[in-house]
Design a protein around this ligand. Structure first.
Ligand SMILES: NC(=O)c1ccc[n+]([C@@H]2O[C@H](COP(=O)([O-])OP(=O)(O)OC[C@H]3O[C@@H](n4cnc5c(N)ncnc54)[C@H](O)[C@@H]3O)[C@@H](O)[C@H]2O)c1
Ligand SMILES: [Zn+2]
Ligand SMILES: [Zn+2]
Length: 360
């Protein structure tokens, strides 16, 4: 099968002919129909986050079950599925206390002694975040899949695999935004736009979108933004404090920069909560002004929207079908696997929402 392989950081992915294994017990072979290109793939490509190489990247996808291994009860061939990188074991402390997205169990991967899920003529390739979606097939643990209704278009379903689960989840699960609250979202990429959409679904009173690209701010309106702040023209912290009379109740950083994460903390009002979704490079440190904690301001991280994805994803599909989740507008382009490097490079410009790789 064709797959996009990262062999060296800061180099283009190479489209190679690679092999997937047969499904072992609890494993499922999925034919990839669509895979979104997320900025997280870019962070691993540039080495901002290290990973075992060579690896097949990609982690935001949907497809059709092709074959199942022994003891798989959740899906059967022909089922439509959305993948989720937060595969859960179901019996560790995180899973048992309802925080499945924090599960770190190794049992979702194959062990060192077993044949690898992905290989090229005998050379093992690392599976990226339990998935490796930039490939015609994915061999995954059944706990990395959510089954969805078959009238859901799979290109849009793919976006639920990361951007939506993360963006909407950050608002409704991680932060728990309540109706009427004021929200600011810094960064209107796939994840930020989904967070804005999530704030609208949660009934936030005011939703302030922040970006440097004017076209993205315009797009943010369609997702529910009530106010737009161009961070290339004005200081977002000052503007948001002025717009809201002291700051928002909830802010979300969806870029992955120290500067914007610091802004996210500064722009919340007394008692407010800043949620950092963006992947801030390994080794980077944030500066927070200590006395601000006396205002009971909170700063928190977010991993994949604190999801319970087998419950969340079918609900997000329903939201889309009901017109509440704007997935059509989230797709900037449908591309081929060969064009993945252009899509990764385009993420640097901030001009795109999501490019989706379509497999034949
Ligand atoms: N925590 C998680 O579980 C999780 C999951 C998915 C993605 N992420 C991370 O979320 C972040 C966003 O991902 P994405 O795919 O939406 O990215 P993206 O590149 O599509 O979007 C980033 C947006 O930020 C804007 N931007 C850049 N610099 C800015 C600045 N200084 N001020 C204002 N706006 C600015 C860009 O114009 C763009 O619209 C990335 O860091 C990604 O790795 C985290
Ligand atoms: Zn992602
Ligand atoms: Zn677990």
């Amino acid at each position: 099968m064709q797959a996009a392989v990262l062999r060296e950081v800061n180099k283009p992915l190479t489209i190679e002919d690679v092999q997937h294994g047969d499904p072992a017990p609890r494993e499922v072979l999925v034919r990839t129909v669509a895979a979104g290109v997320c900025h997280s793939d870019r962070h691993f490509q540039t080495g901002a986050y290290p990973y075992a190489l060579p690896a097949v990247l990609g982690h935001e996808s949907a497809g059709v079950v092709e074959a199942v291994g022994d003891s798989v009860t959740y899906v059967k061939p022909g089922d439509h599925v959305i993948t989720c990188l937060s595969a859960f074991c179901g019996h560790c402390e995180h899973c048992l206390t309802g925080h499945m997205s924090l599960c770190m169990s190794q049992e979702l991967q194959r062990g060192g002694g077993e044949s690898p899920r992905l290989a090229k003529n005998g050379e093992s390739l690392a599976q990226f975040l339990n998935l490796s979606s930039f490939a015609e097939y994915m061999l995954v643990h059944e706990h990395a899949l959510a089954k969805v209704r078959e009238d859901m278009p799979l290109d849009r379903a793919a976006l639920i695999g990361c951007a939506v689960t993360t963006g909407v989840g950050s608002v409704i699960h991680t932060a728990g935004v309540e109706p009427g609250a004021s929200v600011a979202v810094i960064g209107c990429g796939g994840v930020g736009l989904a967070a804005i959409n999530g704030a609208a679904i949660a009934g936030a009173g005011r939703i302030i979108a922040v970006d440097r690209v004017q076209s993205k701010l315009k797009l943010a309106r369609k997702f529910g933004a009530t106010d737009l702040v161009n961070a290339g023209e004005v200081d977002p912290v000052g503007s948001i404090r002025e717009l809201t009379g002291g700051g928002v109740h909830y802010s979300f950083e969806a870029i992955g920069l120290t500067q914007t994460a610091q802004q996210a903390f500064k722009m919340v009002r007394r008692g407010g909560t800043a949620t950092i979704i963006g992947m801030i490079p390994v080794g980077a440190m944030l500066e927070i002004h200590g006395p601000e904690f006396l205002a009971e301001k909170k700063l928190q991280g977010c991993n994949m929207g604190s999801n319970r994805f087998r419950v969340d994803m079918p609900r997000f599909v329903d939201f889309y079908q009901q017109g509440k989740l704007h997935l059509d507008e989230l797709i900037s382009g449908r591309i081929k696997l060969e064009d993945v490097n252009d899509a990764l490079a385009q993420l640097e410009t901030g001009e795109v929402a999501r490019n989706v790789i379509m497999f034949e």
